[in-house]
Ligand binder design. Sequence first.
Ligand code: FE2
Ligand code: FE2
Length: 217
Amino acid sequence: MSASISPWTASGMKDKNRSLEAPVREFLEQIVREPSRHALFMNMLSMLEHMGSRKIMLSQMNRVLTEDTLSHLSEEARHAYFFKRHAERIGGEKLDGFTEENTLCRVPALMYFGRLDAGITKEVGEEAAYPWVSLVIELRACWLYEIYQDVLERSGVALSLTALLAEEDQHLADMFAQCGAQYDLLKKLSAYETGLFVKFWQKLDDSFAAVLLQAAE
Ligand SMILES: [Fe+2]
Ligand SMILES: [Fe+2]
C-alpha cells in the first residue's frame, strides 16, 4: 500500500529544496574550475562521509551487528576514501587528516553534522537514531551528489560519482524501509536538516544568503 511512495515524496525534501538547486549548482560550477579549492571541498566531503561511517559504528556498539549495517558503514568509509583520494589527485598534494588548512569550512561542516545528529536523536531517541539520522542524511547526499555529478559531467572534470550515487540511492531506500511509514516525522526531520544545511552552505558561499534562507522557513 505505502510501498510505492518514494522517500522524496514522503519527505517533501525536493520541493522544499527547489530554490537551493540553482545557487548550489552555481557554487559547484565555480569550485570545480579551481582545482586547489575543489580539493579542499572534496576533503570536506571525505570528512563528512568518515563521520557518517564512524557514527554508524558507534551506534551499533551495544547491538547485534548485522551484515546490512556492516555493509552500510563500510560503504560510507569507502566514500570517505574515495573523496580523499580524488581530492589529493585533483589538488596535486597530500591532504592528511581534516585540518583547518586542508578542509573547506571544517567547523561549519562539523557543526552541521553534530547538530543534525543531536537534534534527530533527541526527537526519535537513541534506539531509533541510526536509521533516522541516516535516512535524512541520505536524502541530502543523493540530492547534492546528483547536482554535483551533473556539474562534473558538463565541466569535463575527470571524476564520476555514478557508482557512489548508486550506493547512496540504495542506502536511502534501505533506511526509508527501516523507518517505516511515519511520513509526518520524516517531513519534520527533513525540514530540520534543510535549515541546518542552509546555514552550513551559507558559510561555504556567503553570496547565497537571501535565497537560501527562504528554504529554511
Ligand atoms: Fe556516503
Ligand atoms: Fe550513504
